[in-house]
Design a protein around this ligand. Structure first.
Ligand SMILES: Cc1cc2nc3c(=O)[nH]c(=O)nc-3n(C[C@H](O)[C@H](O)[C@H](O)COP(=O)(O)OP(=O)(O)OC[C@H]3O[C@@H](n4cnc5c(N)ncnc54)[C@H](O)[C@@H]3O)c2cc1C
Length: 308
């Protein structure tokens, strides 16, 4: 039976956080296994170019992911990918995992790093222009729109703060929001309203993205009248919310009302021996750098837990 070996650490997810936790745990001579569902590297693999990872010149996301994977394996971390976890037994001293295919694994500690995904608008063209005009991260992609015109979709704090940030690059930022008022804090709204590069299209929603090779035009519907119009645009930044990949963890670990895993400063959950790191935890900023920092902290916390 595969479950005979009890690993010191099982990590759920092989994104930036999980791979970093794997590097640290394996290097500390803890027997370490990563169980991963999708592509190794997680969201890094979806990113055409990562230009803000310190110490590394702008690189393809999949290349950074591959380097992290090789580094983890080099220290002895085992990685099993393309699988689905059916059940989690996290409460006892020994933690148990059962996969959909019947395989079983156990460990003395667990680091949960299932990441997340930006909420899509689910409209025609969105998928096609991801990375060639449609973005979900101004910090990541803002610079690519220097001297260009962009739309920001959303009316919360992220949308308004990122719209202001984008004015450092773009010549014009148009905020398209579905309501006649914003859900953001007053200060964020004021900052956007007083910025001469920002204009607003209220009570409106995007209906489609179009272009030859790259995004060139969107259709916008004015909701009260149902009238649509086309607008030429170089880029669209969507801030329609964030979905942590924690659906499978409901009932197994404490989640907040946004379905993020609740942790303390040492990245412990309230279950002894269970830690969480990366985009899945309750936090404000989600970047590769913050994910690797979390992976480090969770791994060191797990090592301390195992020693005690
Ligand atoms: C389009 C895009 C561009 C971005 N650009 C940048 C950038 O330029 N710079 C930057 O710093 N950040 C960027 N980010 C953000 C950055 O990629 C993420 O913050 C970071 O990679 C998150 O790492 P993570 O390990 O927490 O999660 P993820 O990368 O989401 O990895 C989670 C992993 O866990 C797996 N998984 C999920 N559920 C389960 C489960 N139940 N069981 C097993 N495995 C599971 C997933 O398949 C995935 O492999 C970008 C994000 C996107 C979407």
């Amino acid at each position: 039976m595969h479950g005979e070996e009890v690993f010191d650490v099982i990590i759920v997810g092989a994104g930036a956080a999980g791979l970093t936790a794997g590097i640290y745990s394996a290097r500390a001579k803890l027997s370490t296994l990563i169980l991963n569902e999708g592509a190794i590297g997680g969201q890094m693999v979806l990113t055409e170019e990562i230009a803000n990872y310190p110490g590394v010149e702008a690189t393809k996301g999949y290349m950074l992911a591959n380097t992290m994977k090789m580094q983890a394996k080099q220290f002895g971390c085992k990685i099993k990918s393309g699988l689905q976890i059916k059940s989690y037994g996290l409460e006892g001293k020994i933690k148990h995992f059962e996969l959909e295919d019947g395989r079983k694994f156990s460990s003395r500690s667990v680091i949960l790093t299932p990441g997340g995904r930006p909420r899509s608008l689910n409209i025609p063209g969105e998928e096609k222009f991801k990375g060639t005009g449609v973005s979900y991260c101004a910090t990541c992609d803002g610079e690519f729109f220097t001297g260009k015109e962009v739309i920001v979709v959303g009316g919360g704090n992220s949308a308004l703060e990122e719209a202001v940030a984008l004015t450092s690059y773009a010549t014009r930022v148009t905020i398209v929001h579905q309501f006649d008022h914003f859900q953001a804090f007053r200060h964020a709204v004021e900052q956007a309203e007083k910025n001469p590069k920002i204009s607003f299209i209220m009570e409106s929603e995007l209906r489609s993205f179009r272009g030859e090779g790259v995004l060139q035009e969107v259709t916008i519907e004015h909701l009260p009248t149902g009238k649509t119009h086309a607008m030429k645009i170089d880029g669209v930044f969507i801030f329609a919310g964030y979905i942590p990949n924690t659906e499978e963890l409901v009932g197994f670990v404490p989640l907040n009302d946004r379905k993020e895993i609740v942790v303390d400063a040492a990245l412990k959950t309230n279950i002894p021996g269970v830690f969480a790191a990366g985009d899945c935890i309750a936090k404000k900023y989600r970047q590769v750098t913050t994910a690797v920092a979390d992976g480090t902290i969770a791994s060191l916390s797990a090592a301390e837990y195992l020693r005690s």
